[in-house]
Design a protein around this ligand. Structure first.
Ligand code: SF4
Ligand code: SF4
Length: 525
């Protein structure tokens, strides 16, 4: 019997007990009937106590009653039953001309390289500056920017905006002191205190130092791997352990080599590389942002909370797998990846691709930051799911309307990118928003599109019910109604107003993020 049914048991027994007790009073002067009713009341009382004990036992075993670690560490936050929505193939379309993505086609890849050239981490003089033009860049960046002049111009614009943001920071430093400190504290796992994102000594898990054939096997002390009883056992245990390390959602998929960047490999550097044979499987997981903060993006927001949790989980999982005798490598935010995360999460059935290009999950919508560990443990894999995101996105467009720089496509249909049908944002326009947000000195992102997404709503009873009913409605009536409610009852600032000087947020900041509530600062905002 399910725990939910058992919860009703004490109620039924108590009801019986009260009825019998009532009858007992009503027939107080009766003879035989009085004796019978007295015995009935006694039995009712005993059954009531037994019922309460049973229900109490099961309620005590429920993760909802835990007061220590939260529900996600036992997987209870992954409550959506994916089984009815499993599909043999992911819902993104595939053409016959797919290919791996070059590292310089990734905005983090090319921006990171340019920044290293302008500000070498070893403190040496710049190796390139914008006034030298794209022709002076090393290959393949030179060819890339000569071919994509618009991207080059937008990259220069980003540098201008970053400089402006840093110059204007003193104006905002008091107002955003708490969110900046909170973000720095969480980011200290992979940045130094000045926010330089290449503080290798601070990194956990450490960045690879050497090819995957060496680095991914480091620390293995067994002569041969511990053999699982079956791929099912392996998948179940690995998922349980990943949840126990803090992951909200976990899935497993075979790794499609197309999701691995070409042209750059951590621990090896630039150049072509084959996908290592032991990267057979990806254990992909998601963590969420802290809710109060998530709701007040972008100016009181940060990505570093979810990022730092992702890194801790990945580092623990990597070490656990090494302990079992298998190779493992973490691929973690903000940009310490050798592969693309959203399609891997989609292949593993964590969610579906939405208009933002990100993986939208049934439990937490776009509030799902991703990381993965690649390994060769033979595991049963998860199938992709279809719970109606693409149809919903066609009608919705809220993220596209709210994006301050218009980075998100409005088109009904996804385009074709690297041979795959998908919606793709304009990376540079997105980065230019990051470079303009006032809430931190160094542009810690935007996340408006995650926060405003109807799928990202909190899991109260109404939203939890909607999450279950909408994907089962073949008429699309429920989604149309939900969308109408979302647009009618939620107020959205104008997209441009998220940026300086207006600095709007999606919702009002909570007290704990307001500097003026806690410190003696002169409030000028
Ligand atoms: S993060 Fe902000 S700028 Fe980037 S796509 Fe989302 S809403 Fe647009
Ligand atoms: S905001 Fe709307 S259009 Fe954008 S990803 Fe979410 S559901 Fe899709």
């Amino acid at each position: 019997m399910s725990q939910k049914k058992l919860v009703w048991l004490p109620g039924i027994f108590l009801f019986l007990f009260l009825i019998l007790g009532f009858c007992d009073l009503a027939f107080a002067e009766g003879g035989v009937s009085r004796a019978l009713l007295k015995s009935g009341a006694a039995i009712g009382a005993i059954l009531g106590i037994v019922g309460i004990s049973i229900a109490g036992y099961y309620a005590g075993k429920s993760y909802d009653s835990y007061t220590g670690w939260e529900r996600y560490t036992h997987g209870a936050a992954m409550f959506f039953n994916r089984k009815p929505f499993r599909k043999d193939k992911p819902t993104y379309g595939v053409t016959d001309k797919t290919r791996r993505v070059n590292w310089e086609e990734n905005i983090n890849g090319r921006l990171g390289t340019l920044m290293h050239l302008m500000m070498p981490p070893d403190g040496s003089p710049p190796k390139w500056l914008p006034d030298k033009g794209p022709g002076a860049l090393p290959e393949p960046y030179k060819s890339f920017f000569l071919e994509h002049d618009e991207k080059y111009k937008l990259t220069l614009e980003a540098f201008r905006l970053i400089k402006k943001q840093q110059e204007e920071w003193p104006k905002y430093a008091d107002r955003y002191a708490i969110i900046d400190a909170w973000s720095n504290a969480l980011g200290s796992i992979f940045e130094d205190w000045q926010g330089h994102p290449w503080a290798e000594t601070a990194m956990y898990p450490p960045e690879p130092q050497g090819p995957p054939e060496e680095w991914d096997f480091r620390g293995i002390h067994r002569e041969k791997p511990l053999e699982f009883r079956s791929p099912d056992h392996a998948a179940q245990l690995i998922k349980k352990i990943t949840h126990s390390f803090g992951a909200t959602l976990v899935g497993i998929t075979k790794l499609n080599p197309d999701w691995c960047y070409q042209g750059h490999l951590r621990g090896v550097g630039e150049g072509p590389w084959e996908v290592p044979k032991h990267w057979e499987y990806a254990i992909v997981f998601a963590t969420t942002h802290e809710w109060d903060m998530f709701y007040v993006n972008p100016n009181y927001g940060t990505s570093f909370d979810a990022y730092s949790y992702c890194r801790i989980i990945a580092g623990r999982l990597e070490a656990f797998i090494h302990e079992l005798g298998y190779p493992a490598r973490s691929h973690v935010p903000p940009y310490y990846y050798d592969l693309m995360m959203p399609p891997i999460a989609i292949d593993a059935g964590l969610g579906q691709q939405g208009r933002t290009g990100l993986c939208i999950t049934p439990e937490t919508g776009g509030n799902a930051r991703l990381a993965c560990v690649t390994t060769n443990i033979p595991m049963t894999v998860d199938k992709p799911i279809d719970f109606g995101v693409q149809e919903f996105c066609r009608k919705c467009r809220i993220c596209a309307e709210e994006c301050p720089t218009g980075a998100i496509p409005h088109a009904d249909e996804p385009g074709v990118v690297y041979g795959y049908k998908r919606w793709k944002i304009k990376d540079e326009l997105c980065f230019n928003t990051w470079a303009s947000i006032a809430g931190s000195k160094i542009g810690r992102g935007c996340r408006i599109c995650l926060a405003v997404c109807p799928y990202s709503r909190k899991n109260n009873w109404l939203h939890s019910l909607s999450r279950q009913i909408d994907p089962r409605d073949p008429t699309d009536t429920v989604s149309s109604m939900l969308l109408w409610m979302q647009k009618a009852f939620f107020k959205y600032p104008k997209a441009r107003d998220f940026l300086p000087p207006t600095n709007k947020t999606y919702h009002e900041p909570p007290d704990w993020l307001k500097t003026e509530e806690w410190f003696n600062v002169k409030k000028t905002w």
